[in-house]
Each structure stands twice: as structure tokens, then as C-alpha cells.
Write a protein that binds this ligand. Sequence first.
Ligand code: SAM
Length: 273
Amino acid sequence: MVYVVATPIGNLHDVSERAISVLANVDIIACEDTRRCRKLLTAFNIQATNLISLHDHNEEKMTARVIDLIGEGNDVALVSDAGTPLICDPGFDLIRALWKQNLRVVPIPGPSAITTILSVAPIPTHDFRFVGFIPARVGARKARLKQLLIDGSPILFFETARRLSSTLEALCQLEANERQIIVARELTKIHESLYFGSVEDVRNEIAMKDRVRGEIVCFLGGAAKAVATNVDSMLQILLAELAPTQAARLAAKITGETRARAYSRALVLANEG
Ligand code: SAM
């Protein structure tokens, strides 16, 4: 069987006893980076005997290899560099293949940047959307943010220190400046810092820092009033890909607007270009 083992996102003491026991007892550990995994194992006096590397660039090949290894009677643990595997980390192909072949997968839960930020956020957490990383290129990032802001839901996303300021700036430009946000840097590590406030306040606070470093995760609170009712912003996005009839049909479904009204707005917007 394959154990999917969560590992610390910084503080090594966050590893669970069960995770340690599994890592110490499996035949093979499939990890993103063998050096990083070896460090973790060494910290817990586990003999790193059989490590194999499974990362974004060899996942297809290694999936077949892991399945062979299981067929030969080995138990395998899957770990990523930090946190919970598969959450923006390798392992999806493998897990899908295991299910397909009716092989057993066992979750060994533990740290994740997602649950860690949620656990300290003064923002309701019962209904949010996790979107992974926002695109790196400025134009693509702004377009993605614009699309994500439409329905007013809280959004959890990973960010890099280098791009944080420009993402906060983009959110302000997209009129999300009054929404609440919590930005968490270096969670569970020595330089852990949390920033909370309106997007505008947090943007200003971060702008005053010399330089932001480390790993960042952000949780943006929901809009006070959902923008979903704004059929025009929905149509603007849909019209970039679809003909007015199709765009209007979808926009009407999503926003609750009548199809006729959505269609007449779609024609106006399409003509405006
Ligand atoms: N699978 C991991 C998890 O469950 O947390 C996430 C992997 S993803 C490739 C790495 C991203 O997670 C980082 O770029 C950062 O956005 C976020 N992250 C990971 N560790 C973090 C930490 N200690 N503090 C803040 N964000 C963190």
C-alpha cells in the first residue's frame, strides 16, 4: 500500500508520531527531493535506506515504477518537500493510478500551509475557495484575480514573497481594497509573521518593509456584497472566449439575470469591444 504522509512546513516538531512511525517502517519512501527528505529522516534518527525521487518532471515514469514496487510486495510512503502531498505538490498521477488499480492509499494527515493559516484567520472559514498559485506574469495574474473576485467568495492562495506587493496592489486596483485579508509569512518558522486588515492596510504595511522574504500564503475574506450580480463583469470575461449568445446564456445562469437582458448587454459589450 501507499501511505501519503504530511511533513512539517517549517517546524520539525509538527511532524506526527504516526508519520515518523510510517517513515521508519515502509520499504520505500518516494519523495520530491531526496536531500530534503534525508534531513527530515536524520532529525528523527530514521535510517534513510530506500529513497526514490518523484517530482513534477518524472512523475509519469515514477508512477509506473512505484506500482511495480508495490506489486513486488513493498510498502511505499509518499512525501513532498513540505506539508501535505498533492496540495500544489507532486503525487496526483500516482494516487490516480493507485485508485485505478484498486490499490490501497492511506492518508497520514498533518501540516499544511492551508489549514495552518485558516486556524488563525479572523475570517470565516466554512466556505472558501483554494486556488493554488496565482499566475506569475502581471497581465495573467490580474486577469485571474479579476475572475476570482467575481463571485465574492473568500479565496485562499499561495504567493511568493517577490510578487506579494504587486498582488496586493492588483487587488486594490480591482476594487477589493476593502476586503479583509490575512497574509502569513514563514508559518511555524522563526520569522513567522502574520498581517491582517483590509487589503489596502496590509498593502501599505507591507510596502513599508524593506523587503519581504520567505514563504507566503494569503487568505482573502469574502466581499461584503457579492459582485456576482454584476452581469457586465461576468459577460466581459465570457465574451473574450465565447459568442454573445453562449456568453449570455452562461452569464444568465450564473448571475440569475434573465437570458434576454444578459443577451442585450452582451451585444452592447461586444460592440464596445
Ligand atoms: N503541500 C504544501 C502544503 O500542504 O502546505 C504546499 C506546497 S506549495 C508547492 C508551497 C507553497 O505553500 C509556498 O510557496 C507557500 O505559498 C506555501 N507555504 C508552504 N509553507 C509555508 C509556510 N511555512 N508559511 C507560509 N506559506 C507556506
